[in-house]
Ligand binder design. Structure first.
Ligand SMILES: NC(=O)c1ccc[n+]([C@@H]2O[C@H](COP(=O)([O-])OP(=O)(O)OC[C@H]3O[C@@H](n4cnc5c(N)ncnc54)[C@H](OP(=O)(O)O)[C@@H]3O)[C@@H](O)[C@H]2O)c1
Length: 230
């Protein structure tokens, strides 16, 4: 999305939350850090004279997405969310759908088996009391609250063959994933399918009704007014 906006020469600013020490460079001016809730975001939109908001945050970043809906309503700015479709189970998949992190932790047997906990690093506390050998994969080295854990540091995109080898090497018995969608992280699901492993799939948070686009081109059409009033 940032590349498309930059290529079109639009005056846009890219906002990072500030969670990653070395974020990927963007072809747009970048700002880093929270806004101070929905009110802070509404103030920012007014102060910076932002005319349109594109919420291109991760599908599991529910707080900022809710704040964006509220802030745009308060400041009278149009909002669109760029959101890739969720993954859907294919034949051979053994997915157990759960609504949140807590339910995912409860769904595991707690029998000391090896679990590929592929949920990033922000919500590991929910799994801390469970008896498992955890395999974690982060984009950069970071502290975590889990006792018996092996940390793999890698940014992907990942391959099915690579993820199958990784899961075999660590004798993984269960995979926990959140339904992020997209291609960068879907190799683990194909690998689990090929190995016949069960996947605890955390479904996306429920968000307020908002306009959603699946592709940057749809966002550009909206910016240019092609589907206004539809
Ligand atoms: N959650 C995930 O699984 C995941 C995965 C990959 C990437 N990310 C990215 O990491 C960022 C943080 O994710 P999260 O799950 O912690 O978000 P979150 O729970 O929805 O948001 C928590 C707070 O972080 C700040 N924030 C979040 N995104 C921001 C942004 N793009 N620019 C400025 N402030 C932002 C906001 O602070 P204020 O209230 O102070 O404004 C927000 O209230 C998001 O931008 C998301 O796209 C998240």
């Amino acid at each position: 999305m940032a590349q498309v906006l930059a290529k079109a020469g639009l005056d846009a600013v890219y906002s990072y939350a500030g969670r990653t020490a070395n974020p990927v460079a963007q072809p747009l001016p970048t700002r880093i850090g929270g806004f101070g809730g929905a009110e802070g975001l509404a103030d920012y939109l007014r102060a910076e004279r932002i005319s349109h908001v594109i919420d291109a945050t991760h599908p599991f970043a529910g707080t900022i997405s809710r704040n964006a809906v509220a802030a745009c309503a308060a400041a009278g700015r149009p909002l669109i969310a760029l959101e890739r479709p969720p993954w859907v189970a294919l034949p051979g998949d053994r997915w157990l759908h759960v609504p949140d992190y807590e339910a995912a932790a409860s769904a595991l047997p707690g029998d000391g088996s090896a679990v590929f906990l592929a949920i990033g690093r922000q919500n590991l506390k929910f799994f801390a009391g469970r008896d498992h050998a955890w395999m974690l994969r982060f984009a950069e080295v970071a502290a975590h609250p889990l006792r018996d854990a092996t940390l793999i540091v890698s940014r992907g995109p990942f391959t099915v063959a690579g993820d199958m080898a990784l899961m075999r090497r660590h004798a993984i018995a269960h995979v926990v994933a959140k339904n992020a969608g997209g291609h960068a992280a879907e190799a683990k699901l194909a690998a689990a399918r090929a190995l016949g492993l069960p996947v605890v799939m955390i479904d996306r948070p429920v968000l307020p009704l908002r306009r959603v686009a699946a592709m940057p081109a749809e966002v550009m059409a909206w910016l240019h007014g092609a589907d206004r009033g539809v």
